[in-house]
Design a protein around this ligand. Structure first.
Ligand SMILES: [Zn+2]
Ligand SMILES: [Zn+2]
Length: 386
């Protein structure tokens, strides 16, 4: 088999895309493993053809291959799984033709189920991208039989009579090449080739047991409540060689003693008195980095916002941080000491902000009303003429 991709596809080095595709179609059909069941090298040849086509049909990869050959890491399949090889075939011939018996292969075992869990995280953990322990109840590989399902020290298994120990059964199927024989996993032994006769006493032959485990969930920096994280391989264990399931973790953000999260920003309410708002003052405010000094200038109004740049949360999967937004709440005292009351009365007098008692105000209104009435009675003619 030639190693050069151009030689392999039997095209010249300046062949255009259509020529390369046509050459690939011809050779891929000829060497497809479904057609060459008696040739043990067919799958390798087919794989190699697909590698060649994957590179030469991609202008960027082809240019790199022309310059550096297969040594370039950007070229080639990099140990691609068989599935990818058939994906290339499917991309040229259309899906539906890719599923040859050799693609399915000897599927062994049952995959473990995916699991779901909830996890409450703190603002500090979300900020740091912390590793948070999570307790999960899941099916784990049996310690006694190591997932083998059989009692240790005993024969344990006998050859499956349905498939004769091969683990696969052959069947006829229609494909691009007409009727072909395909293989699939034996329905009785699920591809194992044998059935359990002495089941493990710890797991009753299931190969796994329910157990409470603690796993570490690593948070991405800046993550928030409401997100779902996938933890690969931490679901239920697979059975009989099948892959383990995944764990999906739904996140909740715990309330914080100081801050309310608003996207990447953190909101902090700062309660100050009327005198502080009017006169201005410095305040110590908490941030996630520790306390900071905030200058509130004289004449600050209720509801004024101050931004502490970059003191918010790290932006998820981006660079930079949000801000901390400090909102001023001017709080009016509900009770006053005698001294404070006198001081406020003196202040009111100084700024001409009259403080009325209800009775005096009513008297005043009455007084004004009567004066007007008297005035009308004294000058009735003027009023009519006017
Ligand atoms: Zn067991
Ligand atoms: Zn079988």
């Amino acid at each position: 088999m030639p190693t050069d991709f151009y030689e392999l596809l039997d095209v010249s080095r300046d062949a255009d895309a259509a020529t390369i595709k046509a050459a690939y179609r011809k050779l891929a059909l000829k060497h497809h493993p479904d057609r060459n069941r008696d040739d043990p090298d067919a799958e390798d040849t087919f794989k190699r053809l697909n590698e060649a086509y994957a590179v030469l049909s991609d202008p960027e990869k082809r240019a790199r291959y022309d310059r550096y050959g297969e040594a370039d890491p950007g070229v080639g399949m990099g140990g691609a799984a068989n599935g990818d090889i058939f994906d290339i075939f499917a991309s040229v011939f259309g899906a539906g033709f890719a599923t040859g018996g050799s693609r399915t292969g000897p599927t062994r075992g049952q995959p473990g189920e995916d699991l779901e869990a909830r996890l409450t995280i703190t603002l500090e953990q979300a900020r740091a991208g912390a590793s948070v322990p999570l307790s999960v109840e899941r099916m784990t590989r049996c310690d006694r039989c190591d997932g083998d399902q059989t009692e240790p020290g005993k024969e344990g298994r006998t050859t499956c009579t349905t498939c004769g120990g091969v683990g696969q059964v052959r069947q006829q199927a229609q494909s691009l090449f007409g009727t072909v024989m395909t293989q699939r996993a034996c329905p009785r032994c699920r591809g194992a080739g044998s059935v359990v006769t002495d089941p493990c006493t710890a797991c009753s032959g299931r190969g796994r047991n329910l157990r409470k485990d603690t796993i570490e969930v690593t948070l991405p920096e800046g993550i928030d409540g409401g997100y779902r994280l996938r933890v690969p391989g931490e679901g239920n264990a697979g059975v009989d060689g099948g892959p383990d399931g995944d764990l999906y973790v739904y996140l909740d953000l715990a309330p914080h003693e100081h801050f309310v999260r608003d996207g990447d920003d953190l909101r902090y309410p700062l309660e100050i008195g009327p005198a502080q708002a009017a006169l201005g003052s410095s305040f110590e405010v908490p941030t996630l980095d520790g306390p900071e000094v905030l200058e509130v200038p004289a004449g600050t109004q209720h509801g004024t916002e101050f931004r502490l740049r970059g003191k918010g949360m790290p932006r998820l999967r981006r660079s930079g941080h949000g801000d901390q937004i400090v909102t001023v709440h001017v709080s009016v005292p509900k009770r006053l000491s005698r001294k404070a009351r006198e001081a406020l009365q003196a202040y009111a007098e100084a700024v001409g902000e009259p403080i009325h008692e209800k009775e005096t105000l009513l008297d005043r209104i009455k007084d004004v009303f009567q004066k007007r009435k008297r005035k009308r009675e004294e000058e009735p003619d003027d009023k009519v003429e006017a």
